[in-house]
Design a protein. Structure first.
Length: 255
């Protein structure tokens, strides 16, 4: 069986190797390629997807980096259990599987962020330096010209650094980079923009006063609010998409 991958250039269309990654990723996650199964050879995959072997090799290296396959020199590539992946970037990759997986991963990451980030804010309030406070004040209170999504990401990043735990900083970066890709679901609402601007000021005040308990509560409240808003918007968009597909199918059937 030959699977055709689009080659036309487009600013919005993934590159060829990325399209190949998405196809193989779906096969692995959906169980179409069982754990321990050996992938076809590079030559066979190139023929199946009508791409060159360099493209196949690049896609396989990426899947190996995600800990989804194991490449054994001179033997081939074997499917691994994606639930045993040690690369957090796997979560982002899973967003490309289908709408159900996209929603599940989005829900999971927002939940983990809500559980973890309030403790980061708590620690930041206790450990912040005058330099951290100055940076936070500038972004949270005196930067209206910075787009709200960029401003919100910077506020969380500064709080992460101020907590003094390098692992928490890296985890905060992961959450915020992830949320950055879906922030439009939240910030398309003027009400949510206003809510975030108030959060920026409130969290700054709590950290300035070194009121750790208040900082934790403020962070928890805004993340719960944001989580609900993003998931509601995501679910609403999924329904809209489903209705549009159904209408399209009905129109084609009646044509």
């Amino acid at each position: 069986m030959t699977t055709t991958i689009e080659h036309q250039a487009s600013a919005k269309r993934p590159r060829v190797h990325e399209q190949l990654i998405h196809v193989l990723l779906k096969r692995i996650i959906r169980g179409e390629m069982a754990v321990g199964a050996k992938l076809s050879t590079e030559r066979a995959l190139a023929a199946e997807f009508q791409v060159n072997r360099a493209t196949v090799r690049e896609a396989l290296r990426y899947l190996e980096n995600l800990d989804l396959i194991a490449i054994r020199q001179g033997d081939g590539a074997y499917v691994k259990n994606f639930l045993q992946s040690r690369n957090p970037e796997t979560a982002k990759a899973l967003m490309h599987v289908d709408d159900a997986m996209r929603y599940e991963i989005l829900t999971a990451i927002l939940e983990v962020r809500r559980i973890n980030s309030p403790e980061v804010a708590y620690a930041a309030a206790l450990k912040r330096s005058p330099a951290h406070l100055q940076q936070l004040e500038k972004v949270a209170c005196h930067s209206p010209d910075i787009p709200i999504l960029e401003r919100d990401k910077s506020v969380h990043h500064i709080i992460g650094i101020a907590c003094g735990n390098i692992l928490q900083v890296l985890m905060t970066n992961f959450y915020e980079d992830f949320f950055y890709d879906f922030g439009h679901l939240y910030f398309q609402s003027d009400q949510n923009i206003t809510r975030s601007e108030a959060f920026h000021r409130d969290i700054y005040d709590a950290i300035r006063e070194q009121n750790a308990g208040m900082a934790r509560d403020i962070m928890r409240d805004v993340l719960q609010y944001a989580e609900n808003a993003v998931l509601e918007t995501s679910a609403r968009n999924a329904v809209t998409k489903y209705v549009a597909v159904e209408e399209h199918l009905e129109t084609n059937t009646n044509a």
